[in-house]
Design a binder for this molecule. Structure first.
Ligand code: RFL
Ligand code: PHB
Length: 391
């Protein structure tokens, strides 16, 4: 088999890249190690920057997003038992974010891909990549017990943090930067109306961070900071609802509508960047190259901006016969990535309780939050980053 771009991974990065390349007439095949249902079963991001929404439109996969996505003009910040609204729309000259689940976005891209008759090989085993520093890049995999080879011009490593692509780069060719946080996020999904349908609530409390988010007007997503070694069984639905209420201001806590969880999981928090993102004809994109703690809602959006740069670079290569975009890919992406890394690290530091936060640290966080919600300069800095820095 042969294709122009072999894409490893059918998460949001791989599917979006495949769609944009197809629109430009560039042949691509996606190889994914899991089944489609497994990929759709992972509950992750919920907040899309305008750049991500625009890319889905460009990919021809935004019909349902337009109908079902909820536009948010502001975000709420809670601390010291009070909630403060930050008018993101007003502070950024009219920019907004859209609440729409990663699961839905992935489903839309999968369906568009299937409708266009494009090849995705699911449940591919033993995926390996070869000769990406030479002239004949190759992907090998096993499907239904048979060994296969896919020859290509380029390999796009869209296979997430634990994928094979970054791991295949010689250690001396790559530099990794990492910070692991001493807590996780326990998230639950429930078929109940969100307590705050028009603004995501980010709350700092002495008991730890809490977040109120949504998937639709009838489906809510909530998170609380928890110890990394907590067992999920400890967190019965009742324990979860009691705990989140204690971390929110009394008004919000009294209005939260509870119900049985339909998904519950604990995710670790990490900041990570691998540099560079290009190795010959291998290009990393999305979580394969970088991770942010979810506090800034940047992970999926960064994946989308990588894909924007990468698809433009491939289009230039094939249509305009110039490699300028491919040559500058890594540098262009990393500038935006490090700014999002900084923002996500800062917001995480400001809103969570760390082992050494103590009374003094709590007071300092509250003082900074007070400044943040009362100073137009500080609110604007938050708002600009939250809606996404320009490409
Ligand atoms: P993915 O989604 O991990 O997809 C990678 C795909 O590659 C496959 N794969 C392989 N395929 C073939 N061969 C191999 N050897 C392979 N190894 C792996 C995997 O099965 C998978 O299908 O990476 P991608 O596409 O780069 O997308 C990144 C996003 O998923 C991620 O950044 C976001 O979910 C992060 N994130 C958020 N981002 C936002 O922009 N806004 C948010 O509100 C937000 N909230 C979140 C989040 C992530 C969270 N968790 C669980 C980490 C909330 C949470 C709780
Ligand atoms: C979510 O809805 O899953 C979500 C929202 C905002 C975040 C992180 C996750 O910052």
């Amino acid at each position: 088999m042969r294709t122009q771009v072999a894409i490893i991974g059918a998460g949001p990065s791989g599917l979006l890249l495949g769609a944009l390349l197809h629109k430009a007439g560039i042949d691509n095949i996606i190889i994914e190690r899991q089944s489609g249902d497994y990929v759709l079963g992972r509950i992750r991001a919920g907040i899309l920057e305008q750049i991500t929404v625009d890319l889905l439109k460009e990919a021809g996969a935004d019909a349902r997003l337009k109908l079902e996505g909820t536009v948010h003009h502001s975000i709420d910040i809670g601390f010291k038992n009070q909630r403060h609204s930050i008018d993101v729309h007003g502070l950024t000259g009219g920019k907004v974010v859209t609440a729409y689940g990663q699961t839905e976005l992935t489903r839309d891209l999968m369906e568009a891909r299937e409708a266009a008759g494009l090849t995705t090989i699911y449940e591919a085993g033993e995926v390996s990549i070869h000769d990406f520093d030479g002239k004949q890049p190759l992907v090998r995999y096993v499907k239904d017990g048979q060994h296969h080879e896919l020859a290509c011009d380029f390999i796009a490593g869209c296979d997430g943090f634990h994928g094979v692509c970054r791991a295949s780069v010689p250690k001396d060719a790559i530099t990794e930067f990492e910070r692991v946080y001493p807590f996780g996020w326990l998230g639950i999904l429930a078929e109940v109306p969100p307590v705050s349908p028009h603004a995501i609530v980010y709350a700092n409390s002495e008991r730890g961070f809490a977040l109120c988010s949504m998937r639709s007007l009838t489906r809510s997503r909530y998170y609380v900071q928890c110890p990394l070694d907590d067992k999920i069984e400890k967190w019965t639905d009742d324990v979860f609802w009691d705990e989140i209420r204690r971390r929110l201001d009394p008004d919000l806590a009294s209005r939260i509508i509870t119900g049985p969880s339909i998904e519950k999981s604990i995710a670790p928090l990490r900041s990570f960047v691998a540099e560079p993102m290009r190795f010959g004809s291998l290009f990393l994109a999305g979580d394969a190259a970088h991770i942010v703690p979810p506090t800034g809602a940047k992970g999926l959006n960064l994946a989308a901006s990588d894909v924007k740069y990468l698809s433009s670079a491939f289009i230039e290569h094939y249509k305009e016969k110039t490699d300028a975009g491919l040559d500058s890919y890594s540098e262009r992406c990393l500038r935006r990535i490090w700014r999002a890394e900084r923002f996500s690290w800062w917001l995480t530091s400001l809103l969570h309780r760390f082992p050494d936060t103590g009374g003094f640290g709590q007071k300092i966080q509250e003082a900074e939050l007070d400044y943040l919600v009362t100073s137009q300069a500080a609110s604007t800095a938050l708002a600009e980053n939250y809606v996404g820095l320009p490409l």
